[in-house]
Design a protein around this ligand. Sequence first.
Ligand code: ADP
Ligand code: MG
Length: 730
Amino acid sequence: MSSSLRFHVVGEAFKKKPVEVPDSKERPSEFFAKYVFNRQKMRKYLPAPVFSKMCDVIDNNSRLDLPTANAVAEGMKKWAMELGATHCTHWFQPLTEGTAEKHDGFVEHDGKEGMMEEFTGKELIQQEPDASSFPSGGIRSTFEARGYSAWDPASPVFVIGDTLMIPTVFISYTGEALDYKAPLKKALHAVDKAATEVARYFYPDVNKVICNLGWEQEYFLVDEGLYAARPDLLMTGRTLMGHDSAKNQQMDDHYFGSIPERVAAFMKDLEIKALELGIPCKTRHNEVAPNQFELAPIFEETNLAVDHNMLLMSLMRKVARHHGFRCLLHEKPFAGINGSGKHNNWSLATDTGILLHAPGKTELDNLRFLTFIVETLMAVHRHNGLLKASIISATNAHRLGAHEAPPAIISAFLGKQLSDLLQRLEETDEDEHLNLAGKQAVRLNIPQIPELLLDNTDRNRTSPFAFTGNRFEFRAVGSQANCAAAMIVLNTAVAEALTDFKQRTDRLIAQGTPTLKAILQTVRQDIKTCKPIHFEGNGYSDEWKQEAAHRGLDVESSAPLMLLNYVKPETIQMFGRMNVLSEAELNARLEIKLETYTKKIQIEARIFGDLCLNHIIPVATRYQSQLIDNVHKMKEIFPAETAEKLSAENLQLIQQISEHASYITEHVSQLVEARKVANRLTSEREKAIAYHDTVAPLLESTRRHVDQLELIVDDELWPLPKYRELLFIR
Ligand code: ADP
Ligand code: MG
């Protein structure tokens, strides 16, 4: 882009007015889930027996037979066609990022040389998308070539534009998962089973435990024109060069500040569209960095919450473009200011309405509360390395440990009251017997726990896994990640911990220990075992890194090495035992994650090299020539001594430009060479490690010199929109 074009684009961006959003007279309660085939619609569009069968399928996981599926498909088709749908698609979450879909028309020959609209139960239940271009990590070559998608009735179908969208799992013909949803559903089943059994110690009428997820989606907006003028943003989602703006977030004036008009119009539009699709949007605000914002819904059952997050991310990208923006979901689009995360608020609840991670009114409630808190810590402790692997990616790696986001070490924060309580339980051991609820039991030496445990001040922002009153907040998840990756690991690990807990407690009970006393005894033992994961201090400090290593926590900071946790013996054992993922599936997942890591850095390195050689160096050289020209002219009009004095600064600049330019040219060659060496490696593991160890650092160090040039070179010549232009929406 020529410099004059840059000024044109910037000027246009700053002149833009907000897009009018039609002022809806309807309230959210009236248009919520307008495009979702939920129970309300089912009741209206399905015959009564079919409706009750479907409820049984959704609530109790009972089998869906073909006649029912056919009847459901008929009702769905009628509803969808009334909304203008002409096509349907199975919508799934392959192991790439994002979602995938393949649209089929509702049309069929009518046998009379005409067409009719048709949609059958078979099409609803199962399809065979051409799976060959989705990553399988070698599963398809070792097993079976085809993959199929199968309807997930627990997540309702919805209509977008002219298409009926059907949430599905995506699996190979031999049953291996090729997506996120299949293992997520298995993990949720595992945690339901294990937690129900433990919950029954306390409340025998519990039949089911539901896992809740409330995500908080952070994102950046940039003007579309400026975005188009940054090939790096366009191709990689982040700026590969760019000097800090003189003003960025140091004034803290953006956080919770008033929302710019253009952005407010976007948010309103987005929320209406999200609510219509059944996403229960609740909170919106500015975030810490300029141009950074957050949207959070009311929490939901995890399988649905994950689908809603995937849907929201694609909606955000789409709606942003209608408003002349691009929505950046990358974890670190700009160096030097905060990146974006997606806090995952997680808790378990019974079908009888008890929040297992919240304190209650009675002593029994409180023992239940402690049990679930401590067993969650046991899970996080045992699999802290794997939890880190579940959230790491080439993009999130820029954010973790960057002193604005959770450190690259997983630990759990509990707050003062709960920490004191655990300490007391660990240190004391005197339980009196008493008759609790008519049963022979023990007086538990648990002090009263207030129901509202924490206020907002008692919040350690540096912790990656923090207890916040009635839930845990897993903060290390990246903004563009599929939450399922983290939720699969967390729920399976908790299922394993609860299963172990139950086995050990049952053993004590079998030996004659009263139930509640046995529970307390196991909890006490576990408080000691999981102590190393519990950390209340500053997670950003250097001392913590040493302390964590000393405690035996995973302190690995290289992303490819973190990923290897997916195939550690205790990981394979856990996923196998909980029936969530097989060893072959884990190997496949690791392979895909490593390959994705490599590709991301490979693309960045290529774009960076091109930008340096085609944009930056030519401009620097042009400016340098202008300066040299000026030095010569000075000599022509001034006596030698005066000319020298007057040109001193320019001579210095000329030299600086030469130094930076030759550094950049030389290191871009090295970057190409490092890529070639890495590309020759045949193992995905070694390749990813090489990209991490050699390519990525070269890119970062060379970038510094480009950023220095940006400060020196005449602004009028600089080809790329600068941070100060990208980051301040008017
Ligand atoms: P913050 O102060 O961390 O931004 P919010 O009050 O905005 O917290 O809530 C963040 C998210 O946590 C929301 O999606 C909310 O619905 C969710 N949340 C609240 N309680 C629970 C819970 N018990 N389990 C899971 N998620 C929850
Ligand atoms: Mg939060």
